[in-house]
Ligand binder design. Structure first.
Ligand SMILES: Cc1cc2nc3c(=O)[nH]c(=O)nc-3n(C[C@H](O)[C@H](O)[C@H](O)COP(=O)(O)O)c2cc1C
Length: 206
């Protein structure tokens, strides 16, 4: 059974530190036999959530744009790898824009109660957060984690692990980091190997 891995880059900078680290995870996943696709948010056209709350009644987002298809792909993925650099101690606007647009799924789960991710399904769907930061502070990623946790919960992925590298100002970028790229590649291999051994219980119950 093929493991589908979807990488989403939320960095506005093409082929910078964060997308390079994401690519290492995806390369590892490909090496282990995963079917890999990458989406770059800055190349898409999409709007922010309007907070109209129409989805509370319909379970559907009123906005139809490039994210509509992205959410279909998220629904089909076994592994979701969301990447964002740290901007102003949080995630980028690109990544947050995506996360807020998942509100229609939140509405299906908690208001309409038409979507339920079984524990078996969630166990078979892993989320990985990839991030980079300039500063050497130990806590530099802390403000990002809650939004990522919320996103993986809403979309039905178990928050499996982080692939994070900080102090990049000192290292002169991700290429200068002593271990991050090799660890990222290994993580990509590991998650595909792990899921290849777990039977897919199918889609979410609706
Ligand atoms: C607008 C902006 C805000 C940033 N804010 C922070 C920050 O708050 N803390 C930090 O450690 N690094 C910060 N950085 C540095 C980036 O997190 C770091 O250079 C990261 O590796 C960039 O990833 P990229 O190459 O994918 O753009 C900021 C960079 C930019 C452009």
């Amino acid at each position: 059974m093929t493991v589908k891995v979807l990488g989403i880059s939320g960095s506005p900078r093409r082929h910078g530190n964060t997308e390079t680290l994401l690519d290492a995870v995806l390369d590892g996943a490909r090496e282990a036999g995963g079917e890999v696709e990458k989406i770059v948010l800055r190349s898409l056209e999409y709007a922010s959530c309007r907070g109209c709350n129409a989805c509370h009644k319909t379970g559907v987002c009123v906005i139809k744009d490039d994210l509509t298809e992205v959410f279909t792909k998220i629904g089909d993925a076994d592994v979701l790898v969301l990447a964002s650099p740290i901007y102003s101690m949080g995630i980028t606007a690109e990544a947050k824009g995506l996360i807020d647009r998942a509100q229609y799924l939140w509405a299906r789960k908690f208001i309409l109660k038409t979507l339920y991710h079984t524990p078996d399904r969630t166990r078979r769907h892993k989320g990985i957060f990839v991030s980079t930061a300039g500063l050497g502070w130990e806590n530099v990623f802390d403000a990002a984690f809650p939004a990522i946790t919320a996103f993986f919960n809403t979309t039905g992925f178990e928050y499996w692990d982080n692939v994070i590298a900080n102090d990049l100002d000192r290292y002169g970028g991700i290429a200068g980091h002593p271990t991050a790229l090799a660890e990222a590649r290994k993580k990509g291999r590991d998650v595909v190997n792990l899921l290849a051994d777990i039977e897919d219980p199918g889609i979410a119950k609706t």
